[in-house]
Design a protein around this ligand. Structure first.
Ligand code: ADP
Ligand code: ADP
Length: 216
């Protein structure tokens, strides 16, 4: 199964991608996580990406596609869920061509729909466990008490200025992809509001109908 999770920042892509990965034995491929790991390791890629991410801007397509190409090869072009990629039309065009070249088309694109007024609340109170990568929300999905406070990271781009820029980037660069996906792949819209388990159930229902998924 080769899935794409689509939606604005804070839609719950990372949360649901982790659940899908666990449920179906997929690799969770988050370009945001890959960039943050590169920043932490102070690699040249990380240093390059850092200045864009801090300000809430998208990392250039050539850099992002290069990173994804490496990971797709490692995964032998199967059993993955993409989270936060593709985010621009050129990225999507590159991905579709690259996967076609390896006879591995996208199984389904699942779009998480969340009203804009929920996004800022979700992002500003998001915390990530620096050790496990678990995603929490201080109100909606609080971390267990045994997770030490100093492990809970408030991302550098989850602050009002960067959130505003990210939403602008989303509307300008990413939202137009919806039409692209509708024309070229199995595209499912899922209500991303409500309890995390309920969203997970809706995502599962959406992909269950996709041909070729049985037994995977
Ligand atoms: P994305 O990867 O799309 O940016 P995340 O999965 O990181 O989204 O979720 C953003 C924030 O919203 C996190 O703090 C997460 O715990 C919270 N969140 C995710 N799903 C829900 C939901 N259904 N209801 C409320 N908050 C949620
Ligand atoms: P979110 O979904 O919560 O906005 P991500 O963790 O997916 O956060 O991405 C964080 C940042 O990493 C983005 O704001 C952007 O700067 C960079 N990034 C992640 N994925 C891409 C991508 N596909 N193309 C360009 N930049 C990206």
């Amino acid at each position: 199964m080769r899935l794409v999770l689509f939606g604005p920042p804070g839609a719950g892509k990372g949360t649901q991608a982790k659940r899908l990965a666990e449920q179906h034995g997929l690799v969770h491929l988050s370009t945001g996580d890959l960039f943050r790991a590169a920043i932490k390791a102070q690699t040249p890629l990380g240093q390059d990406a850092d200045r864009y991410i801090r300000d809430g801007l998208l990392v250039p397509d050539s850099v992002t596609n290069g990173l994804v190409a490496e990971k797709l090869e490692e995964m032998d072009y199967d059993a993955f869920v993409l989270d936060g990629y593709p985010r621009t039309i050129p990225q999507a065009e590159w991905l579709m061509q690259h996967l076609a070249d390896h006879d591995a088309p996208i199984t389904a694109v699942v779009s998480l729909v969340v009203p804009e007024e929920d996004i800022v609340t979700r992002l500003s109170r998001r915390r990530t466990d620096s050790q496990t990568g678990a995603i929490y929300h201080l109100d909606f999905n609080p971390p267990p008490e045994d997770v030490p406070a100093d492990r809970l990271v408030h991302r550098t781009d989850d602050h009002p200025d960067a959130i505003r820029t990210r939403l602008g980037e989303y509307h300008r660069e990413t939202q137009p992809l919806e039409v692209f996906f509708r024309e070229r792949s199995s595209f499912f819209e899922v209500d991303g509001t409500g309890a995390l388990d309920d969203v997970q159930g809706r995502v599962a229902d959406a992909i269950a109908d996709t041909r070729g998924l049985s037994g995977i």
